[in-house]
Write a protein that binds this ligand. Sequence first.
Ligand SMILES: NC(=O)c1ccc[n+]([C@@H]2O[C@H](COP(=O)([O-])OP(=O)(O)OC[C@H]3O[C@@H](n4cnc5c(N)ncnc54)[C@H](O)[C@@H]3O)[C@@H](O)[C@H]2O)c1
Length: 422
Amino acid sequence: MKEVRVAIIGGGMISHRHMTIYENMRKYAADLGFTAKVVAVAEIDEAKLKRWGEQYGFDEKDLYVDFREMLKRDDIDCVDVCVHNNLHTPISIEVMKRGYDCYTEKPAAASYHDAKMMIDASKALGRKFHVQISSIMTPQSRVARDMIAGGELGDIYYVNLEAVNRARRPGYDLPMFTTDFYTKKIAGHGMAIDLGIYLISQILFITGLPELESVSGFAKQGMEMNPKLITDPEGFGVEDLADGFAKFKNGMGFHFLTGAAAHYKDYAMTYVLGSKGGLEIIATDQGGGKLARRGGMAEFAVPGGMMNPELIFHGTQGGRDVDIELKCDYNGNIEQRLDPSKLLYNDNQCMWHAYRLGILNDETRYNTPEIALRMLQFTDGIFMSQELGRAVTADEIIANSPTLYVPEQEIGGELVKFDVEF
Ligand SMILES: NC(=O)c1ccc[n+]([C@@H]2O[C@H](COP(=O)([O-])OP(=O)(O)OC[C@H]3O[C@@H](n4cnc5c(N)ncnc54)[C@H](O)[C@@H]3O)[C@@H](O)[C@H]2O)c1
C-alpha cells in the first residue's frame, strides 16, 4: 500500500474537509492500492494553526506559519492549496516552482488569466496540477456525459441553468464562512465563480467542453445590505446576482443565472435540450463528494444543492413521450461496489492521487484545470460584458482577462512579494 505524504497550505474551513476525505480514503479506498496522509500544515494565523495542530494531534515541528519553510522539507510528496481564491495563483505557482505537484481548491482562480498562468506553470515546470471540481465526479455527471456523447439526446442546442438563493452570501448571511468570500481583493467575484465553478463546469463537462464563441452578461450587487453585518473593513465587493448567455461554436446556447441573495425564493432549475431528448439535472454536488460527507458540511443544503444529484430523461420511446428517472446515485453505488476502482471517478482527491501516481494519466483523468479555465472564460465574459455594455467574443475575453491574484501578503511579520515568474 503506497502512502502519499501531503502538505496543506491554509488551515481554514476547507482544509478540514480535505482531512475528512483523507480519513475516509483510508477507510473506503484500500482497494485502490494507495492512501494519503497529511504530514504538515501551513497557516498564517498562529492561533488557528495551534488549534489545527491540537485537533489532529500534530507535532509542533509539523506546523508552519510560513509555507515556504514547510516546502523546504524533504519528506513531502505533494501539496494541497486550501487558501482563498486570489491566493491560489501565486501560492500554487510557488509550490510548483519548489518542485511539488499541486492540488488546488476551487475556483482555480478568479479570472481566466490567472488560471492560465497556473496551467502554463505546471506545463513549463513539469508538475502535475489538479483543481477541486466535485460536481463532475458523480454518477449523475458521468451518465449525462455518456448519454450526450452517445447521441441519446441528439444535437444539444440549449442549456438553461438557474440557481437562486434568498440569502446565501458566505460571510454575510452565513457568518460561519470567512468574509474573504465577499472582499474584492481576496474573492475576486461572488457566487458566479464560487458556486459557478460547480454548476458551469458540470455543464461544460457533460456537453464535451465545447468551444466558446461569445458571452453577453449582467452582474450586480443589487440587494440593500445592513452595514453592521458587513464585518470586513474592506467592505462587500462582489456581485450578488450574475446572469450570462453564452453561445458556443457548435451552435449550443447556454443561459446561466445565479443569485447569492434576492428578494425571491430559493430555487434551482437546470435542463439540457437536445434534438431527440432532454435532461433535467436535479441537484448538483457542491459538497466535495461522498467521501466528504460525515455530518457537518454534508448536511448543508443549498438550492440545486448536493444531496441527491439525479437526472430525469425527457424524450420518446416507441413514438410516445416519456419522462424517466435515471437513478444515477443508486446505480453508481452498485457500480462502485462491483468495481471499487470507480471511486477514482467519484472523488476528487482519489482522482488527484491516482493521477499523481500514474494510475490515471492525462487521457483518463478529468482535465480539471482545463475545465476550470473554460468556466472562468465564461464568467470573465459576464463581467466584461457588464462593463462594456455589449456581448464579448471568446478571443476578446482571452486577450483582456484581468490579473486578479494577490501580489503580496504579510506572512509571519514579513511582507512577502510573490514571484510568479517560472
Ligand atoms: N468553506 C467551504 O465550504 C469551501 C468549500 C469548497 C471550496 N472552498 C474553497 O476553499 C478556499 C478556502 O476557503 P475556506 O472557507 O477554507 O477559507 P478560510 O478562510 O476558512 O481558510 C483559508 C485559510 O488560509 C489561510 N491562509 C491565507 N494565506 C495563507 C498563507 N500564505 N499560508 C498559509 N495559510 C494561509 C487563512 O488564514 C485561512 O485560515 C476558497 O477558495 C474556497 O472557495 C471552500
